[in-house]
Design a protein around this ligand. Structure first.
Ligand code: ARG
Length: 385
């Protein structure tokens, strides 16, 4: 795509401050050439030790996901005139190697959300936290480079590239969950990454809402990672470390916390926001309504899908009134339409779930209308900015 000569030129190519302003441009991931998740400590933990090296993905499974994604692309392009950008294809059966370690293969590049966060006019490239995702962001570089060049107002940054040597990981964390052993760790908010190691995070741990960023610490983001985000972005955003109760697999925030429009947040009944932050969000000055997601219809994930059933919450907003939801999630669709007055666009996506997640995971909004605003008066007062 040639962004230089597009007419009429949008004033901004890279501009997105929240999850719900009118959507103009987005990346959609690419599951083709995916490969089974390679064995390393975090993937063993994430999969309860069920992943095995060299388990090629079924081509049929990939094709089913491609079909879902192509359908999503058509809807966004032709029904909503949204510009869709695609990453390069990369063959994940290739091995990777750094000075410190090597892996026989990588996984997939269907989740641009995991590797980038668009913070206003800034492309924040995540260092990632699992070895198999070390180079994953590179499939987006060709397209991002063009956008970055064309938009002289934009910035593109990433933290020091992590070495991801063994001292990043907390090997005490249980790979199995015998006797619900992980619950003890969840109670202490202790996970698989060492908090004092180099800064790491996955971008999907960041939930954007104007002046506020909610950043989950867990399997994919450590405390130093959040500290790095605070130092880089603390004068432009209020950054809230976000912990969820009972979260025995804290990997990305976008299937546990969903902002549907300013003032309306959907939470996960099994993994509530920890009390101190929850109290602040619910402070009456903010005037936000929180409601719990209904029990998902798609509750049994296929083998090889490591996400939880709460992918039902992983919706994609076209604007404040229009939201894409998985077609089978009738209770959620009814609730959004009838109680909250949304226009819901039901889209088939279950067959794509095993490629890293749902609509929000497998997309990345590059441009939405709008500017940075504060939606939390209570935070305005206590942060005094
Ligand atoms: N946190 C979700 C789970 O535990 C997975 C969400 C995946 N999100 C993503 N951006 N890849 O199931």
């Amino acid at each position: 795509m040639n962004y230089f000569f597009q007419t009429p030129p949008p004033t901004r190519f890279i501009n997105s401050w929240n999850e719900t302003d009118p959507l103009r441009t987005l990346f959609i991931g690419n599951p083709s050439k995916s490969y089974g998740i390679p064995v390393e400590f975090p993937t063993r933990v994430r999969s309860y030790n069920t992943c095995i090296n060299n388990n090629k993905m079924e081509e049929q499974q990939i094709q089913k996901a491609v079909k879902c994604i192509n359908n999503l692309i058509d809807i966004l392009k032709y029904d909503y005139s949204i510009q869709v950008i695609r990453p390069d294809t990369y063959d994940h059966s290739n091995s990777i190697k750094t000075p410190g370690w090597e892996l026989t293969n990588t996984n997939e590049n269907s989740c641009p959300r995991d590797t980038f966060s668009i913070l206003g006019n800034t492309i924040l490239e995540a260092p990632m936290s699992w070895r198999c995702r070390y180079f994953e962001s590179q499939v987006y570089h060709n397209e991002l480079l063009q956008l970055w060049r064309a938009d002289r107002n934009s910035r593109w940054i990433q933290p020091p590239k992590s070495a991801m040597t063994d001292n990043l990981y907390n090997f005490d964390y249980p790979i199995y969950n015998n006797n619900n052993e992980r619950q003890h760790y969840a109670n202490k908010y202790t996970y698989i990454l060492n908090n004092n190691a180099e800064p790491v995070f996955d971008a999907a741990d960041i939930l954007r809402c104007g002046k506020d960023l909610f950043v989950q610490r867990g399997f994919t983001t450590n405390k130093t990672g959040i500290e790095w985000i605070k130092r880089e972005f603390g004068n432009q955003f209020r950054i809230h470390e976000t912990l969820l109760e009972n979260n025995t697999t804290p990997t990305h925030l976008d299937a546990e916390l969903t902002i549907l429009r300013p003032g309306l947040m959907m939470t996960c009944p099994e993994k509530p926001i920890k009390d101190d932050l929850l109290r602040q969000i619910k402070n009456e000055e903010n005037d936000w309504e929180l409601f719990e997601a209904p029990e998902p219809v798609n509750h049994k994930m296929v083998d090889g899908c490591y996400s939880s059933k709460w992918l039902s919450m992983n919706v994609l907003s076209i604007d404040e009134n229009t939201v894409i939801v998985e077609k089978k999630e009738k209770p959620l669709i009814d609730l959004l339409e009838n109680t909250y007055g949304f226009q819901v666009v039901p889209v088939d996506f279950f067959d794509a779930y095993m490629f890293g997640g749902g609509f929000h995971c497998q997309t990345l909004d590059i441009c939405r209308d709008g500017t940075q605003k504060s939606y939390f008066p209570y935070f305005d007062r206590i942060y005094n900015k």
